[in-house]
Design a protein around this ligand. Sequence first.
Ligand code: F6P
Length: 329
Amino acid sequence: MEKKVKRIGVLTSGGDAPGMNAAVRAVVRTAHANGIECIGIRRGWQGLITSDFVTLDRGSVGHILSRGGTILYTARSKDFMTEEGRLKAVSTCKMLGLDGIVAIGGDGTFRGALELSRLGVPVVGIPATIDNDLGCSNYTIGFDTACNTAIECIDRLRDTMSSHERCSVVEVMGRNAGFLALYVGIAVGATAVLVPEHEIDFERDVVERIRDSRLAGNTHFMIVVAEGAGHAMDISAKIKEAVGIDPRVTVLGHIQRGGSPTARDRETATRMGYYAVEALVEGRFNCVIGTKEGDIVEIPIEEALQMKKHLQMNRYKIMEAMQLGSSAR
Ligand code: F6P
């Protein structure tokens, strides 16, 4: 017979992402709907080591659905990377009587979850990162909001860039992945987009695109660069040297991680939170709740960590094809 789940923990770890609160709320409310107590572990895996927790009743997660950030705080725990730290975390789980943990975050969070599961603590992961770089899930919570935030910023930049007939180089986050940069680049009609997945030929991918655009009549240019593909300052200097214009540089930075989550992030986070608790209740654990073509799927953590997601290079072609002056090539 399945062990009855009486109390679970929930935590957020790694870089925060808009929609994490929506996921926490869904976990708490689904747990209570199933007669399960819920404990919030603060500051990610570190909180499990230091026994930093808060009890969460249904009301405690009211009015957080629309809030960015995470009410549970987040951290990247170095202590959890040590065996000593992990054993302390297991002790906390025992002391609190936790029958399972729902861990919300990215690949670092899931690596921690895997280690904990190996020590006998049942865990379920929920993918949340603005980078959208997890192979186990088509979609990660926070990506849509981050895209929209970046788009809003770049639209504003475009206003002043077009008035002054300038070139803008905008650096977006994404760690080693170009999802954010490419989706945003398509959505703002960028002159060029630099992503780590596409080997950069500066002359072809930047200089020629600016030149083509100018020849087609444009007098302002928007270059979007993924942080994993290079630094905006360097790209700007190279543009200045190659075409003699003086680009303005904007590094969007952590602004992309904040803000109220979009409908997609709220809805996805709520579904993932619901299914994470359902899985624990039904005796399925040590898995990640992902999405595949919009549907929820459960993938064993170990397998989830091996899965790779590739940037769809047809999207890169689409971005290129949208340029006014691209017919020359
Ligand atoms: O993984 C999310 C992310 O925002 C990345 O896009 C970025 O490279 C990194 O976190 C920044 O981390 P920190 O918040 O530690 O500066």
